[in-house]
Design a binder for this molecule. Structure first.
Ligand SMILES: [Zn+2]
Length: 238
C-alpha cells in the first residue's frame, strides 16, 4: 500500500501546485514576481534546481493556500517542476516569446514555462503515452501484490484492468505512486497525465466537473485491488 504520510504530503503539494501555477502566471505578467536576470547553467539538466530558483526567493509572497511549507521547499519544487514539464506545453514557440519579450532570460524547460505561465496549454497525449500509462498500471498492480508477498502474473493484472472499475482503481494506485515519486523529482512524463485522465476525465474526453483528488479514494482503490489480487494469487496455488 502507498505510505499514507508521503501520499498526503504529495496530495497537499499537488493541490497547491495547481493554484500556484495560475497565480504565478499572472504575478509574472504584472511584474509582481520579477524575472531573473541571471541565466543559470545548472537549469538545463536539473529541473528541481531550476524550480527552486523560482520558489525559494518568492514563496513568502505566495497566497497562503498555495504557499509551500518552509521545511518542504525542496519536495515542493521537485513536484512543481515535474508538473510543469509533464502536463504542459507552451502555446507559442517559447524561444521566440522569450527573446522578444524578455531577452536574455533563461530558456530552460522550467523558466520558459513559468515566464509564459499564462500561455500554457495541457499536453496532448499520444497513443504511445497512453500505452505507457497502461504499462505503468500493470507494473503497479504487480508491485502491490509483491508488497503483500503475493505473486501476480502480468496476464492476471491485464485481466483485472480489463474491468473499467478496476482500471480506475489501478489508475489511482499508480498515480498515487507517481505523486510520491514526483516529490523526489522523478517522473515518467506525459504518461502520468494519462493516469490522471483515467479518473479525472469522462469517457467522452473532457474534465469531470468539480473533480477533487481525495486521499480516501486512493485508499479505497488499493483495498479493492488487493481483495482481487488475493483471490487471483490464491487461484494459482490450487
Ligand atoms: Zn531556467
Amino acid at each position: 500500500m502507498l505510505p499514507p504520510e508521503e501520499l498526503k504530503l504529495a496530495l497537499d503539494i499537488h493541490s497547491r501546485s495547481y493554484k500556484l501555477l495560475r497565480w504565478l502566471g499572472r504575478a509574472i505578467d504584472t511584474g509582481e514576481i520579477p524575472l531573473p536576470r541571471v541565466v543559470s547553467p545548472r537549469h538545463a539538466d536539473d529541473v528541481t534546481a531550476a524550480t527552486l530558483d523560482w520558489i525559494e526567493p518568492f514563496h513568502v509572497t505566495f497566497p497562503a493556500d498555495m504557499r509551500p511549507d518552509e521545511d518542504k521547499l525542496r519536495q515542493f519544487a521537485a513536484f512543481f517542476g515535474t508538473y510543469l514539464t509533464s502536463s504542459f506545453d507552451i502555446t507559442n514557440d517559447f524561444g521566440v516569446v522569450l527573446r522578444n519579450q524578455y531577452g536574455g532570460t533563461c530558456s530552460c524547460s522550467i523558466c520558459a514555462r513559468l515566464v509564459n505561465g499564462s500561455h500554457l496549454k495541457a499536453k496532448k497525449l499520444t497513443s504511445s503515452d497512453k500505452r505507457r500509462s497502461l504499462a505503468l498500471m500493470l507494473d503497479r498492480i504487480i508491485e502491490l501484490a509483491r508488497e503483500h508477498d503475493l505473486k501476480l502474473k502480468t496476464s492476471d493484472a491485464e485481466a483485472l484492468i480489463a474491468n473499467p472499475e478496476y482500471k480506475i482503481a489501478a489508475a489511482y494506485s499508480t498515480y498515487g505512486y507517481w505523486l510520491i515519486q514526483r516529490t523526489k523529482g522523478v517522473t515518467d512524463g506525459p504518461s502520468i497525465l494519462g493516469l490522471w485522465r483515467q479518473f479525472a476525465w469522462t469517457d467522452a474526453g473532457s474534465p469531470r466537473k468539480d473533480f477533487k483528488l481525495d486521499y480516501d479514494d486512493f485508499k479505497k482503490s488499493e483495498d479493492m485491488l488487493l481483495t482481487s489480487i488475493r483471490e487471483l494469487a490464491v487461484d494459482h496455488l490450487e
